[in-house]
Design a protein around this ligand. Structure first.
Ligand SMILES: [Mn+2]
Length: 316
């Protein structure tokens, strides 16, 4: 499955692994894990990870590399956990020498720059890279195993959203066998603080409902400042509004300080990815996102109407 990508890796002494905008545990874990995998196969290659990563885990996993433009322009780029070049956080990806992609998001067929492996049935990109390590017979380092476990557990919401349990647990076993520090990861993942607790209280008591039964919450930047919450942190809390009986779609709109708006949509009923695509976003069938240029209530209203229609059709 990964032959073409491995062939390309063989040709380059310098490789930069790129993750998406608003990096999460899967994107960061895949970057670190893939680097460990490549180093296990080719100890002399220079492999860099770029972007902001997840600083929360820097006490047990590596921080990100600072890479000069000269390195970028002489390297193979590998995109992980994202569809396409413009989705990557470090926009210098356009200046690389060659490209390859490993991802589990629904393919929009925009990536034509090189070989790619896309598995939309995989729960996480980390799960795919674990499969890659097993397929290639690689003994991944404990650090790589810990990083890959991070994405495996976060993107599946602690093994709740899994398409193939037998395969996922087989891969998780490989990571445990290779020294993944699961206890320490669990401790970091479970930690919260009082500010987050009060923000959660606000979210769970201030959501709204459309006529059609879609649950939503809109955070202006003023509201976020009052809550002492970043737009990303608010967006990452979208599942607080999930799984409420009778409301299969829930979503949030959070305004960044620069005026852009992050949209997150989730569903345990109809597929909502097409609605995200219609406003320039994308993702998974039941978990998608998008970004709006500004907090335009007309546009938000259109998205909510689109979701209402999707829900109505599904209920028929
Ligand atoms: Mn992912």
């Amino acid at each position: 499955m990964f032959e073409q990508i491995v062939e390309l890796i063989e040709k380059y002494d310098s490789i930069v692994i790129f993750g998406h905008i608003n990096p999460d545990g899967d994107c960061y874990g895949a970057q670190v894990g893939l680097r460990e995998l490549i180093h296990a196969l080719y100890p002399n290659k220079k492999v860099y990870i770029t972007g902001t990563g997840c600083p929360r885990f820097f006490s047990i996993l590596p921080s990100m590399d600072k890479i000069g433009d000269d390195i970028i322009s002489n390297s193979l780029a590998i995109l992980v956990d994202g569809n396409d070049l413009p989705r990557m956080e470090d926009s210098r990806i356009f200046n690389c020498k060659a490209w390859a992609k490993i991802d589990h998001h629904i393919d929009t067929l925009m990536f034509t720059e090189g070989p790619q492996v896309v598995d939309t049935a995989a729960n996480s990109t980390c799960d795919m890279i674990t499969g890659m390590a097993m397929e290639l017979g690689v003994d991944i380092s404990p650090l790589g195993a810990t990083a890959l476990y991070l994405g495996t557990v976060t993107d599946s919401a602690k093994f709740q959203f899994v398409t193939n349990y037998s395969q996922t647990f087989e891969r998780a076993k490989y990571l445990a066998d290779h020294g993944a520090n699961i206890e320490l990861l669990n401790t970091i993942l479970a930690k919260t603080d009082e500010r987050s607790v009060s923000a959660r209280g606000y979210i769970m008591t201030h959501y709204k409902k459309t006529k059609g039964g879609v649950i939503y919450i809109i955070y202006s930047k003023e509201k976020l400042h009052r809550l002492k919450l970043s737009a990303n942190a608010a967006s990452n809390n979208v599942n607080l509004l999930g799984n409420i009986e009778g409301y299969p779609i829930w979503c949030s709109f959070a305004e960044y300080d620069d005026g852009r708006v992050r949209v997150e949509i989730r569903s345990n009923g109809p597929e909502i990815q097409p609605c995200a695509v219609r406003v320039g976003g994308g993702g998974h069938a039941h978990a998608s996102g998008a970004q709006l240029k500004s907090l335009d209530y007309g546009v938000i209203d259109d998205i909510l109407k689109d979701l209402d229609n999707t829900l109505a059709e599904w209920r028929e």
